[in-house]
Design a protein around this ligand. Structure first.
Ligand code: ADP
Ligand code: MG
Length: 253
Protein backbone atom coordinates (compact mmCIF):
# COMPACT_ATOMS: atom_id res chain seq x y z
CA UNK A 1 0.00 0.00 0.00
CA UNK A 2 2.40 2.68 -1.16
CA UNK A 3 -0.20 5.40 -0.75
CA UNK A 4 -0.99 4.61 2.83
CA UNK A 5 2.71 4.43 3.53
CA UNK A 6 3.33 7.86 2.08
CA UNK A 7 1.15 9.50 4.66
CA UNK A 8 1.94 7.21 7.53
CA UNK A 9 2.33 8.57 11.04
CA UNK A 10 5.92 9.65 11.55
CA UNK A 11 5.73 11.11 15.02
CA UNK A 12 3.23 10.63 17.79
CA UNK A 13 3.37 12.84 20.84
CA UNK A 14 1.22 11.52 23.66
CA UNK A 15 0.33 13.42 26.81
CA UNK A 16 3.69 15.10 26.86
CA UNK A 17 4.41 17.15 29.95
CA UNK A 18 7.50 19.02 31.02
CA UNK A 19 7.97 20.65 34.39
CA UNK A 20 11.37 22.26 34.87
CA UNK A 21 13.16 21.84 38.21
CA UNK A 22 12.26 25.49 38.89
CA UNK A 23 8.63 24.35 39.08
CA UNK A 24 7.64 25.97 35.75
CA UNK A 25 5.19 23.78 33.86
CA UNK A 26 6.22 24.40 30.23
CA UNK A 27 4.07 21.67 28.64
CA UNK A 28 0.93 20.14 30.03
CA UNK A 29 -0.32 16.88 28.52
CA UNK A 30 0.23 17.79 24.87
CA UNK A 31 -0.82 15.19 22.27
CA UNK A 32 -0.69 15.31 18.48
CA UNK A 33 0.46 13.34 15.45
CA UNK A 34 2.70 14.27 12.54
CA UNK A 35 2.37 12.49 9.22
CA UNK A 36 4.90 12.21 6.50
CA UNK A 37 4.56 15.27 4.27
CA UNK A 38 3.02 17.48 6.97
CA UNK A 39 4.06 21.11 7.31
CA UNK A 40 3.00 21.91 10.83
CA UNK A 41 3.31 25.36 12.34
CA UNK A 42 3.20 25.73 16.11
CA UNK A 43 1.90 29.15 17.13
CA UNK A 44 1.93 30.67 20.57
CA UNK A 45 3.16 33.73 22.32
CA UNK A 46 6.55 33.88 24.01
CA UNK A 47 6.77 31.45 26.93
CA UNK A 48 3.91 29.23 25.72
CA UNK A 49 6.19 26.17 25.41
CA UNK A 50 7.03 26.06 21.69
CA UNK A 51 10.79 25.63 22.08
CA UNK A 52 10.39 23.11 24.88
CA UNK A 53 8.10 21.07 22.65
CA UNK A 54 10.65 20.83 19.82
CA UNK A 55 13.48 20.14 22.26
CA UNK A 56 11.53 17.30 23.83
CA UNK A 57 11.01 15.73 20.40
CA UNK A 58 14.71 15.29 19.80
CA UNK A 59 15.44 14.86 23.52
CA UNK A 60 17.51 17.99 24.03
CA UNK A 61 15.07 18.34 26.92
CA UNK A 62 14.01 15.32 28.96
CA UNK A 63 10.21 15.10 29.18
CA UNK A 64 8.72 14.78 32.67
CA UNK A 65 6.05 12.40 31.42
CA UNK A 66 4.33 11.26 28.26
CA UNK A 67 5.48 9.49 25.16
CA UNK A 68 7.26 10.50 21.98
CA UNK A 69 6.99 7.81 19.35
CA UNK A 70 9.14 8.45 16.27
CA UNK A 71 8.91 5.95 13.41
CA UNK A 72 7.17 3.60 15.80
CA UNK A 73 9.96 3.73 18.39
CA UNK A 74 9.46 5.23 21.83
CA UNK A 75 12.28 7.79 21.88
CA UNK A 76 12.42 7.86 25.68
CA UNK A 77 13.29 4.18 25.80
CA UNK A 78 15.99 4.20 23.14
CA UNK A 79 19.51 3.29 24.25
CA UNK A 80 22.12 5.96 23.29
CA UNK A 81 23.19 4.31 20.05
CA UNK A 82 19.62 4.11 18.75
CA UNK A 83 18.81 7.58 20.02
CA UNK A 84 21.71 8.87 17.92
CA UNK A 85 20.33 7.03 14.90
CA UNK A 86 16.86 8.49 15.45
CA UNK A 87 18.23 12.01 15.97
CA UNK A 88 20.16 11.75 12.75
CA UNK A 89 16.88 11.61 10.87
CA UNK A 90 15.66 14.77 12.57
CA UNK A 91 17.18 18.04 11.34
CA UNK A 92 17.10 21.14 13.51
CA UNK A 93 16.99 24.73 12.29
CA UNK A 94 17.75 27.30 14.98
CA UNK A 95 16.39 30.76 15.64
CA UNK A 96 19.87 32.29 15.87
CA UNK A 97 21.33 30.10 13.07
CA UNK A 98 24.02 28.52 15.32
CA UNK A 99 26.78 28.82 12.70
CA UNK A 100 30.48 28.72 13.47
CA UNK A 101 31.25 32.28 12.45
CA UNK A 102 34.95 31.91 11.70
CA UNK A 103 34.41 28.84 9.51
CA UNK A 104 33.49 28.76 5.86
CA UNK A 105 29.93 28.25 4.76
CA UNK A 106 30.72 24.80 3.39
CA UNK A 107 32.39 23.70 6.66
CA UNK A 108 29.26 24.75 8.51
CA UNK A 109 27.13 22.72 6.12
CA UNK A 110 29.44 19.69 6.34
CA UNK A 111 29.13 19.71 10.13
CA UNK A 112 25.54 18.57 9.55
CA UNK A 113 27.06 15.33 8.33
CA UNK A 114 28.93 14.56 11.56
CA UNK A 115 26.35 12.11 12.82
CA UNK A 116 27.12 9.96 9.78
CA UNK A 117 30.92 9.93 9.65
CA UNK A 118 32.84 7.54 11.84
CA UNK A 119 34.14 9.07 15.03
CA UNK A 120 37.82 9.24 14.02
CA UNK A 121 36.99 10.92 10.72
CA UNK A 122 34.75 13.41 12.47
CA UNK A 123 37.45 14.14 15.08
CA UNK A 124 39.84 15.33 12.42
CA UNK A 125 37.02 16.91 10.42
CA UNK A 126 37.65 14.70 7.44
CA UNK A 127 34.85 14.57 4.94
CA UNK A 128 34.63 12.51 1.80
CA UNK A 129 34.43 14.09 -1.65
CA UNK A 130 30.93 12.72 -1.81
CA UNK A 131 30.00 14.67 1.33
CA UNK A 132 31.54 17.83 -0.12
CA UNK A 133 29.56 17.39 -3.32
CA UNK A 134 26.43 16.85 -1.30
CA UNK A 135 27.15 20.02 0.70
CA UNK A 136 27.47 22.03 -2.52
CA UNK A 137 24.30 20.46 -3.82
CA UNK A 138 22.42 21.41 -0.66
CA UNK A 139 23.80 24.95 -0.82
CA UNK A 140 22.44 25.00 -4.37
CA UNK A 141 19.02 23.93 -3.12
CA UNK A 142 18.92 26.97 -0.86
CA UNK A 143 20.33 29.18 -3.62
CA UNK A 144 23.58 30.12 -2.01
CA UNK A 145 26.20 27.85 -3.59
CA UNK A 146 28.22 30.88 -4.72
CA UNK A 147 28.97 31.64 -1.05
CA UNK A 148 30.36 28.18 -0.24
CA UNK A 149 33.90 29.34 0.52
CA UNK A 150 33.03 32.63 2.21
CA UNK A 151 33.30 32.96 5.95
CA UNK A 152 29.96 32.48 7.66
CA UNK A 153 30.21 35.84 9.42
CA UNK A 154 30.25 37.72 6.12
CA UNK A 155 26.69 36.62 5.36
CA UNK A 156 23.44 38.48 6.01
CA UNK A 157 20.79 37.05 8.34
CA UNK A 158 18.71 35.61 5.53
CA UNK A 159 21.78 34.01 3.95
CA UNK A 160 22.85 32.57 7.30
CA UNK A 161 19.52 30.87 7.76
CA UNK A 162 19.83 29.38 4.27
CA UNK A 163 23.09 27.86 5.46
CA UNK A 164 21.28 26.61 8.56
CA UNK A 165 18.76 24.85 6.33
CA UNK A 166 21.48 23.37 4.07
CA UNK A 167 23.23 22.02 7.17
CA UNK A 168 20.02 20.33 8.32
CA UNK A 169 19.62 18.81 4.83
CA UNK A 170 23.00 17.06 5.19
CA UNK A 171 21.31 14.66 7.60
CA UNK A 172 18.84 13.65 4.90
CA UNK A 173 16.18 14.18 7.53
CA UNK A 174 12.67 12.75 7.42
CA UNK A 175 11.63 15.45 9.89
CA UNK A 176 12.89 19.02 10.27
CA UNK A 177 12.27 20.91 13.49
CA UNK A 178 12.59 24.66 13.04
CA UNK A 179 12.43 26.86 16.12
CA UNK A 180 11.35 30.37 15.09
CA UNK A 181 13.72 30.23 12.11
CA UNK A 182 12.59 33.60 10.76
CA UNK A 183 12.06 35.67 13.90
CA UNK A 184 15.09 37.88 13.20
CA UNK A 185 14.21 38.45 9.54
CA UNK A 186 11.99 41.00 7.84
CA UNK A 187 8.73 39.70 6.33
CA UNK A 188 10.02 39.22 2.78
CA UNK A 189 13.14 37.33 3.93
CA UNK A 190 10.96 35.35 6.34
CA UNK A 191 8.77 34.28 3.43
CA UNK A 192 11.76 33.27 1.34
CA UNK A 193 13.12 31.00 4.11
CA UNK A 194 9.69 29.47 4.77
CA UNK A 195 9.34 29.04 0.99
CA UNK A 196 12.56 27.03 0.96
CA UNK A 197 11.28 24.82 3.77
CA UNK A 198 8.01 24.40 1.90
CA UNK A 199 9.83 23.33 -1.26
CA UNK A 200 11.83 20.74 0.67
CA UNK A 201 8.60 19.58 2.27
CA UNK A 202 6.88 19.19 -1.09
CA UNK A 203 9.76 17.70 -3.04
CA UNK A 204 11.18 15.30 -0.47
CA UNK A 205 8.03 14.79 1.64
CA UNK A 206 10.13 15.79 4.63
CA UNK A 207 7.80 16.60 7.50
CA UNK A 208 8.31 20.02 9.06
CA UNK A 209 7.40 21.31 12.49
CA UNK A 210 8.06 25.02 12.56
CA UNK A 211 7.54 27.33 15.52
CA UNK A 212 6.37 30.79 14.57
CA UNK A 213 4.59 33.65 16.24
CA UNK A 214 2.97 35.14 13.14
CA UNK A 215 -0.48 33.65 12.41
CA UNK A 216 -0.47 35.08 8.86
CA UNK A 217 2.71 33.17 7.99
CA UNK A 218 1.34 30.04 9.60
CA UNK A 219 -1.76 30.22 7.42
CA UNK A 220 0.32 30.79 4.32
CA UNK A 221 2.69 27.84 4.74
CA UNK A 222 1.21 25.22 7.06
CA UNK A 223 -1.19 22.44 6.22
CA UNK A 224 -1.87 22.12 9.95
CA UNK A 225 -1.55 24.54 12.79
CA UNK A 226 -1.11 23.85 16.49
CA UNK A 227 -1.59 26.60 19.05
CA UNK A 228 0.02 26.46 22.47
CA UNK A 229 -1.15 28.58 25.35
CA UNK A 230 0.71 28.31 28.63
CA UNK A 231 1.86 24.80 27.81
CA UNK A 232 -1.55 23.55 26.73
CA UNK A 233 -2.50 22.62 23.20
CA UNK A 234 -5.59 24.76 22.60
CA UNK A 235 -5.95 24.25 18.83
CA UNK A 236 -5.03 21.55 16.32
CA UNK A 237 -6.49 22.00 12.85
CA UNK A 238 -6.20 23.39 9.35
CA UNK A 239 -5.40 27.04 8.55
CA UNK A 240 -9.06 27.50 7.53
CA UNK A 241 -10.29 26.12 10.81
CA UNK A 242 -8.03 28.50 12.71
CA UNK A 243 -10.18 31.36 11.43
CA UNK A 244 -9.71 34.99 12.24
CA UNK A 245 -10.83 35.00 15.83
CA UNK A 246 -7.81 33.12 17.05
CA UNK A 247 -5.35 35.73 15.83
CA UNK A 248 -6.11 37.90 18.83
CA UNK A 249 -6.35 34.93 21.14
CA UNK A 250 -2.73 34.07 20.55
CA UNK A 251 -1.61 37.48 21.62
CA UNK A 252 -4.07 38.43 24.32
CA UNK A 253 -2.28 40.02 27.33
P1 ADP B 1 8.47 29.58 23.83
O1 ADP B 1 9.49 28.91 22.98
O2 ADP B 1 7.07 29.41 23.36
O3 ADP B 1 8.80 31.03 24.06
P2 ADP B 1 9.64 28.02 25.95
O4 ADP B 1 9.43 26.61 25.63
O5 ADP B 1 10.98 28.60 25.73
O6 ADP B 1 8.50 28.90 25.28
O7 ADP B 1 9.32 28.23 27.50
C1 ADP B 1 8.14 27.74 28.13
C2 ADP B 1 8.25 28.04 29.63
O8 ADP B 1 9.29 27.22 30.18
C3 ADP B 1 8.62 29.48 29.97
O9 ADP B 1 7.96 29.84 31.16
C4 ADP B 1 10.11 29.40 30.18
O10 ADP B 1 10.54 30.40 31.06
C5 ADP B 1 10.28 28.02 30.79
N1 ADP B 1 11.60 27.41 30.48
C6 ADP B 1 12.10 27.14 29.24
N2 ADP B 1 13.30 26.55 29.31
C7 ADP B 1 13.58 26.46 30.64
C8 ADP B 1 14.68 25.92 31.39
N3 ADP B 1 15.74 25.37 30.77
N4 ADP B 1 14.61 25.99 32.73
C9 ADP B 1 13.55 26.52 33.37
N5 ADP B 1 12.48 27.03 32.73
C10 ADP B 1 12.49 27.00 31.39
MG1 MG C 1 11.08 29.69 21.89
Amino acid sequence: MPNAQKHSVLLKVEQLSKTFPSGVSALNSVSFEVRQGDFIVVLGKSGSGKSTLLRCVNRLVEPTSGKIVFQEQDVAKLPPKFLRQARRKIGFVFQDYNLVNRSSVISNVLSGRLGYTNSLASLINHFSDEDKLRALENLGRVDIAQKAYDRADTLSGGQRQRVGVARALMQEPVLILADEPVSSLDPSLARSILGILKKINENDKTAIICNLHQPELAKEFANRILVLEEGQLVFDGTPDELGESFNEGIYKN
